[in-house]
Design a protein around this ligand. Structure first.
Ligand SMILES: Cc1ncc(COP(=O)(O)O)c(C=O)c1O
Length: 379
């Protein structure tokens, strides 16, 4: 059996051809491909505006900045995420706060958000962990009643839907953020995007992505047609046209990519349903989980570790998502304590993300299941 990892990209000849075309075009950055990719993202998600950037992390930083997040402001997110979700708030000298997770769906517990809200809370960032959308209606109700903005960390959730509409359409939020890292649903190698329906947020994101420089609406009236004017401190978070060409080609295949992920998820659900040793993420009728990850929780930390090492001996490389953000030494040094969110910590000790990606064959999925069952039966 080949080496099996928890996730990997699907690149085919048509993707390569598109990248080669972009390389041969007049502009390999700031050309036509980035706006075309943004249009394709808008069309796919249903959002009014899209801003492609250099990574999901850059997208988070960009949208937080566009929403005016600043020193002493607070955001609320959950610890079961990649550190970038809250790091991007730290970049702006704002303070992340962590609400614990729900043990059944592994997502932020919407009922634990309220008690963290203060007069400094500016943004709630629900993370659609593994691809399962959070309870956006409830989070939206909470946020709106306190005049708080919502940014969906949808880095795991391209292709997911909530109440029948695509994640990324921002019906329940002010902005949504995607990542196009190779393990995600589509890839641009590195890359990300902000989606929003708000023109003002969109314009700020465009500026933030490119040094805060205006090419129109100057404060000082210039004579030169090539005049650029910097209005605030921005970054170079631009995506290249080479990456955008790959993104356009990949996005054309998103439905088949998601379909295959769902088939694999179904095989796992059927294999482990009823098991007292393995818990799987809850499924909802009105939420489609596009399964960036297939996350399972074992009965104990010891069992999870046994499975992890046995799979590794068999050339199957799983991963653990996530060590709670508030347990990273950097966060501990800032005064955070993982014991404040005990369910996220317990989850981390027992979780394993099983292989799921479009190129994974049925035989490989059954091989993974067989190896897990071997450990379970040996108990
Ligand atoms: C939930 C979540 N948020 C943010 C990011 C950051 O995305 P990127 O790696 O593209 O910077 C990731 C990437 O792994 C992620 O999983």
């Amino acid at each position: 059996m080949n080496k099996i990892t928890y996730g990997r990209q699907t690149i085919s000849q048509d993707d390569i051809d598109e990248v080669v075309k972009a390389l041969k075009s007049a502009a390999i950055t700031q050309g036509e491909y980035v706006p075309a990719f943004e249009n394709a993202l808008k069309e796919y998600t249903g959002a009014k505006y899209a801003v492609a950037v250099s990574s999901g992390t850059a997208a988070l930083h960009t949208v937080y900045a566009a929403l005016g997040l600043k020193e002493n402001d607070e955001i609320i997110t959950c610890p079961n995420t990649f550190a970038a979700t809250s790091n991007a708030a730290l970049y702006l000298n704002a303070k992340p706060k962590f609400a614990d997770i729900n043990e059944e769906n592994f997502l932020i517990d919407e009922n634990k958000i309220n008690k963290l809200i203060t007069e400094n809370t500016k943004i709630i960032t629900p993370v659609h962990y593994a691809g399962l959308p959070c309870n956006m209606e409830e989070i939206n109700r909470t946020a709106k009643s306190c005049n708080i903005k919502i940014v969906e960390d949808a880095c795991h959730a391209l292709g997911s839907s909530y109440n029948g509409s695509k994640i990324g359409n921002c019906i329940y939020s002010d902005g949504a953020v995607f990542s196009f890292h190779p393990v995600k649903h589509i890839t641009t190698a590195e890359g990300g995007a902000v989606l929003t329906n708000d023109e003002e947020i969109y314009k700020k994101c465009l500026l933030f992505r490119s040094h805060g420089m205006e090419k129109v609406n100057f404060k000082h009236m210039p004579d030169s047609p090539t005049y650029h004017e910097m209005q605030f401190l921005g970054y170079n978070y631009r995506m290249t046209d080479i990456q955008a060409a790959l993104g356009i080609s990949q996005l054309k295949k998103i439905e088949s990519f998601v379909k295959r992920r769902l088939e694999i998820a179904d095989i796992y659900y059927n294999a482990f349903k009823g098991s007292s040793k393995i818990k799987m993420q809850k499924r909802y009728k009105d939420r489609l989980n596009s399964h960036h990850l297939f996350s399972v929780v074992f009965e104990s930390n010891d069992l999870r570790d046994k499975v992890y090492y046995y799979l590794k001996e068999n050339n199957i490389f799983t991963q653990i998502h996530y060590m709670p953000v508030n347990k990273h030494p950097y966060y501990e040094n800032l005064g955070y304590n993982y014991k404040d969110t005990p369910l996220a910590y317990d989850f981390y000790r027992r979780e394993l993300s099983l292989p799921v990606y479009p190129l994974l064959t049925d035989d490989e999925v059954y091989f993974v299941i067989e190896k897990i069952n071997t450990v379970l039966k040996a108990l």
